[in-house]
Design a protein around this ligand. Structure first.
Ligand SMILES: [Zn+2]
Ligand SMILES: [Zn+2]
Length: 267
């Protein structure tokens, strides 16, 4: 599906949509946001690099990693190798929650190649990291990103892109702070790791199901809910049914290759 109809609108392209690991339905989490301000990749989960490569004819202005879990970050390693060998390419700034610089150092300690000068610290060299304190805002190439600390097992950023009318939950339980972050969003890209929450303690686990994603969309008054980060896309219909039980607006399941217009704005 390609919902893009106005080439001047910012767009959101789904590069990866799965929780946990890449699978037959596509790579783990990864999203490309393109606008007149620049081009950003949000998350680089396992298997997402091949889908990103065709989009690299134009420069990327930044990479944002919501958190260090492999289904959001592990292809940083593959991408750093790709940009280091055989030809070294210009660096791209990497933004992530507090601790991302330490995580990059850990990745380099494991994946650096001491016998090749350009690849001693490939991840830090290619992606100089910037720690973002959850709750703060930052700018990438003219794009403002507001964040809150997600309710997740490790430091994680839920993000609001006011210029694009977009909110991305990343991995998180449903919280009042998340509802406030998503308030009035034209497009909400929300995780729904499980189809429903019955029998699961998702609050301490730090995830949502279709049910919580629907409650979030309703309480925040969003227009369009895009469900992503499903554990198993065989559950997509049940996940949408549970979300629709809570939310009467438009619901779409994120599919790899989908491109959505982002014509709205937030203040
Ligand atoms: Zn995840
Ligand atoms: Zn996670």
């Amino acid at each position: 599906m390609n919902t893009a109809s106005d080439t001047t609108s910012p767009t959101l392209t789904i590069l990866g949509n799965r929780a946990g690991s890449p699978g037959p339905d596509g790579p783990a989490s990864s999203y490309l946001i393109e606008s007149e301000h620049g081009r950003l990749v949000v998350d680089l989960g396992g298997g997402s690099l091949p889908g990103l490569l065709p989009h690299l004819a134009e420069r990327l202005d930044g990479i944002i990693i919501s958190h260090r879990h492999a289904d959001h970050s592990v292809d940083l390693v593959a991408f750093a190798y790709h940009r280091s060998f055989p030809t070294v390419q210009p660096p791209i700034t990497l933004y992530g929650p507090s601790g991302i610089a330490a995580y990059v150092a850990e990745l380099d300690a494991v994946h650096g190649i001491p016998t090749i000068e350009e690849m001693r610290t490939p991840i830090a060299t290619q992606f100089p990291p910037v720690d973002i304190e959850p709750g703060s805002s930052f700018d990438v190439a003219g794009t403002r990103i507001d964040t809150i600390r997600a309710a997740h097992a490790v430091p994680c950023l839920s993000m609001r892109f006011p210029q694009f009318g977009l909110v991305y939950t990343a991995d998180t339980a449903l919280t009042d702070d998340l509802i406030a972050l998503a308030a009035g969003a034209p497009v909400l890209l929300a995780e729904a790791t499980y189809p429903g929450s019955a029998g699961r303690d998702l609050t301490t686990h730090g995830h949502m199901s279709g049910t919580e994603a629907g409650i979030l969309a309703r309480e925040a008054g969003v227009a369009h809910l895009i469900l992503t980060h499903l554990s198993d896309y065989a559950d997509a219909e049940e996940t949408v049914t549970n979300a629709h039980a809570e939310f009467g607006g438009t619901i779409t399941v994120a599919r790899v290759g989908d491109r959505h217009d982002l014509p709205g704005r937030l203040t």
